[in-house]
Design a binder for this molecule. Structure first.
Ligand SMILES: [Zn+2]
Length: 329
């Protein structure tokens, strides 16, 4: 059974807003992810995203006043630190691949802090540096709205073709210089190609699937998958039903659909491009892979589909470790 590195979850935010400032995520059965289930599923590392919800989410879903970016960042980090401080024998923060490998040898799960949406950078390179200092080692350039980096994925071809802003180009260069992973999940096709053209080190799509198999603007075309692979990057298999099966109204997220994605991505970009980025606690539906404890089911399904044990190791953790070695300091 392979170990796993998962490039995306929204557990920090859900833990804070559902369980409060003193909470940790050791054992939260109401969520997809907690430390207990990461141990059961042999998680090697989990990318913990600080996701910035839109104002509407605060008012309509959580029924609270929108929280300023920096307060929200502090809230998410509080939950992560609570977990790290209370379970030092089980989890440890990691800042690069060496940390992950050392923690793994010590029998500890690595937590890597990431940011979903560059909106909080607010067009200020000093804020980007400050986030790096806080421990942020990957940044999803946009979520579903335009920001200082550029445009998001969209059905509107004008938005979809928009690329990086001037600041975005400079910021991507800066991120690759300082060793912060550039994440193109959620971005427009225009931003993807701009990143691809200027990338000096591998970049990632932390939680994106194939558009050829599931026609959604959040997924990647075969040309994009090939280009990502040529740059040495990888993309994380995402469990969200709407990114796996585009049948209208589909709420099913099946492991066999994840395997089909892996097979297609391998055919198009080679085995080096396939990785895992579940989006635990960031998506809803009937999720077969509904927690890190279910990762062995994904491994078994990949083997049954004809992937070799070495290939499964690359998908589950090897490819992400390779990218981190090259792109993150
Ligand atoms: Zn996302």
């Amino acid at each position: 059974m392979a170990y796993a590195i998962d490039m995306h979850c929204d557990t920090l935010m859900t833990t804070f807003y559902e369980h409060g400032a003193d909470s940790d995520f050791f054992d939260i059965p109401s969520q997809n992810l907690d430390v207990k289930r990461m141990m059961a599923g042999k998680t090697m590392a989990e990318f913990m995203a600080i996701f910035f919800p839109p104002e509407q989410y605060y008012t309509d879903v959580m029924h609270i006043e929108p929280v300023p970016y920096d307060t929200h960042i502090a809230n998410c980090i509080k939950v992560m630190n609570n977990t790290l401080e209370r379970y030092p024998d089980l989890v440890k923060q990691a800042y690069n691949s060496e940390d992950i490998e050392r923690n793994f040898r010590d029998g500890k799960i690595s937590l890597v802090l990431t940011m979903e949406d560059g909106v909080a950078v607010q067009g200020d390179m000093r804020r980007l540096d400050a986030f790096y200092e806080l421990g942020v080692r990957a940044m999803t350039l946009t979520w579903n709205f335009e920001n200082c980096f550029g445009a998001p994925n969209s059905k509107d071809p004008i938005i979809m073709n928009k690329g990086l802003t001037n600041f975005g180009r400079e910021a991507v260069r800066h991120m690759q210089d300082i060793g912060m992973l550039v994440d193109v999940s959620h971005v427009s096709d225009g931003v993807f190609w701009d990143v691809c053209r200027q990338a000096k080190v591998p970049f990632v799509a932390t939680h994106s699937n194939s558009r050829a198999l599931c026609d959604h603007t959040r997924n990647m075309t075969d040309d994009m998958i090939r280009a990502l692979a040529e740059k040495g990057g990888c993309m994380g298999l995402n469990i969200a039903p709407q990114f796996l099966d585009d049948t209208p109204g589909n709420k099913e997220s099946r492991i066999r659909d994840l395997v089909a994605m892996a097979r297609h991505e391998k055919e198009v970009g080679g085995i080096g491009v396939v990785a895992v980025g579940t989006d635990f606690d960031g998506t809803t539906g009937h999720l077969e892979l509904n927690g890190p404890d279910k990762m062995p089911m994904l491994c078994d399904a990949l083997i049954r589909d004809g992937f070799t044990a070495d290939e499964v190791d690359l998908i589950m953790y090897g490819n992400v470790l390779r990218v981190l070695k090259e792109a993150v300091k």
